[in-house]
Design a protein around this ligand. Sequence first.
Ligand code: MF3
Ligand code: CO
Ligand code: CO
Length: 257
Amino acid sequence: VSKESFQIPPGVLIKTEKQVEGIRKSSQLTKEILDMVADRIHPGITTNTINEWVHEHTIKHGAIPAPLNYNGFPKSVCVSINNVICHGIPDETVLRDGDIVNVDVTTILDGYFGDAGRMFIIGNASEEAKRLVNVARECLYIGIDQVKPYQDLGEIGYAIEQHAVKNGFTVVRDYGGHGIGLKFHEEPHVHHYGSRKRGVVMQPGMVFTIEPMINQGRYETRLMADSWTAVTIDGKLSAQWEHTVLVTETGSEILTE
Ligand code: MF3
Ligand code: CO
Ligand code: CO
């Protein structure tokens, strides 16, 4: 298919240079906040403590934590432990030796959004837990490798699912990546599984997240009574890594790295 024949689907924004610069700055602050968490996280702290660190650091840099009050979310960061897939709400839960923990930070700086998440292994985790965390990270980077202009968006999810399944894991379908930059969640929705052809083509100036959630057991999710916390249906482990990515003329730029 020729470049000229591509349509930009409704709601998908092609960012201007100025907008990209703003999203890049915000994304760099998101990265710094995750670096700060990485320096401090250890067994014995509560997830509320991580929330305080992220909240204070964000405000100190003149930014706003995007999760706070987003559709009623009550805290400034998502912290998801072990069988929690995503959107864990910080509380008085204590991080314990052997836990695997996702911290997902989204920053609004000068009106621009950056979104990234990492896994942290607390103390000594099982070999299988560590393998899940590593494969989930590989899935993120294998997805990012598929980001290039005039390629179908479906290639990302296809490549991620191949890698997860090859390693005996499954891919969550109920949540995905998303366009981002001027809002928290924009079009397009980015699948981490499924068909190579979605009929949406990547274009220079598109910005979206890739954030595969990889499960040890079944891929299905269950929503807890708080209406945010998503857990695995079988109680097994889940791991997630996330970056905000820009489509460039030649490939991609990871804005949160
Ligand atoms: N950061 C999450 C994402 O990657 C969204 C969290 S929404 C919240 O899309 F309200 F739970 F913060
Ligand atoms: Co996120
Ligand atoms: Co996201």
